[in-house]
Design a protein around this ligand. Structure first.
Ligand SMILES: Cc1cc2nc3c(=O)[nH]c(=O)nc-3n(C[C@H](O)[C@H](O)[C@H](O)COP(=O)(O)OP(=O)(O)OC[C@H]3O[C@@H](n4cnc5c(N)ncnc54)[C@H](O)[C@@H]3O)c2cc1C
Length: 292
């Protein structure tokens, strides 16, 4: 059933300082809303339990994307369109800009934010495997100050995060040290646009003198949280890419993930596709090495 707007309060204090002060004054009472593309779905369905909403939309402190020599710092309020249009992100972090390109449709990309995608904590969220592969770190802010956490530690279980009730994500930091890698990403869904992933993958790899020197693989929609496939990485690291290795990697990936049956797909389909995606990534790595 649709919600009654009269039952809700929305404030827009206009600065980060004012928002964190409000969260500190009444911990747990206010729910942040950024682009609203997840929150408003709950509102429309009548399932939004929060009654007091504080807007983060367009706060300048959350909308900046700043590149330094070592890292790029993405304000959590940056939209998918902001990410897609940023030169450094396009050039150096294509896994993130690809995910932004296939998240929802254009309207959704103009409103939906990276911070919202992280805190909404869906295991199917498209940008999160890229954050795992790039070793992202999050800057969390509250009236108590800032703290920096590794993104890999942030999602602690299905829809659970490390965020305290008075905290916001201020920024997402990506190190610029992962250069010279082949990037591979795919979203498998019912169609290309406006579909939640049945499975998605983000991977980086580097082959030196015929051997996989480094590899990073993460998937979405295959476990309660977005998952880095460390065991599969271990199987392929230091090995030459050949058909036998592709088969071993496919099996390792299937053994490592924990997919479920739900309205979008089945565990069996997700497992089969996940294995094939990892094998395809290795094929691309081998082809890339032949071209080099
Ligand atoms: C039509 C449609 C299609 C979609 N397609 C996709 C898709 O293909 N792939 C995909 O991954 N997602 C998809 N989504 C989901 C959604 O667009 C994304 O998760 C988006 O990134 C959410 O960002 P937002 O700013 O709109 O979040 P909001 O709805 O504003 O907030 C979501 C949650 O994050 C919290 N929050 C937001 N920002 C912060 C912050 N800085 N600090 C702390 N908490 C914060 C809010 O309190 C809330 O709990 C789709 C949604 C719709 C409606």
């Amino acid at each position: 059933m649709r919600s009654d707007p009269a039952g809700y309060e929305l404030v827009a204090p206009g600065s980060l300082h004012a928002v964190v002060s409000l969260l500190a004054a009444e911990p747990g009472a206010w729910m942040p809303i950024a682009g609203g593309t997840d929150v408003m779905v709950q509102y429309a369905a009548g399932t939004l339990s929060a009654r007091k909403l504080v807007s983060l939309w367009n706060l300048p402190e959350l909308r900046r994307i700043q590149a330094s020599a070592d890292e790029i710092r993405i304000g959590a309020g940056s939209t998918y369109t902001d990410l897609r249009q940023h030169n450094v992100l396009q050039r150096e972090f294509p896994l993130l800009t690809s995910a932004a390109r296939w998240t929802g449709g254009i309207a959704n990309q103009n409103r939906g934010t990276l911070g919202g995608n992280i805190v909404n904590a869906s295991p199917a969220a498209d940008s999160l495997p890229a954050l795992l592969v790039y070793d992202a770190e999050l800057i969390l802010v509250s009236a108590r100050g800032e703290r920096r956490v590794r993104y890999v530690d942030f999602h602690t279980g299905y829809k659970k995060t490390q965020l305290a009730s008075d905290e916001l994500i201020q920024a997402i930091c990506l190190s610029r040290r992962l250069v010279g890698y082949l990037s591979y990403s795919r979203k498998v869904g019912a169609r290309n646009a406006q579909a939640i992933s049945k499975v998605c993958i983000a991977a980086l790899g580097r082959v030196v003198r015929g051997v996989i020197e480094d590899v990073r693989i993460a998937m979405g929609s295959v476990a309660p949280v977005p998952l880095r496939l460390s065991q599969t990485e271990h199987v392929v690291k230091g090995q030459a890419v050949n058909p036998e290795l592709r088969l071993r990697a496919e099996r390792a990936a299937i053994a490592e993930i924990r997919p479920i049956d739900d309205i979008r797909s089945t565990a069996a389909y997700r497992a089969a596709v996940s294995g094939k995606l990892v094998a395809e990534f290795l094929e691309k790595l081998a082809a890339d090495q032949r071209r080099a």
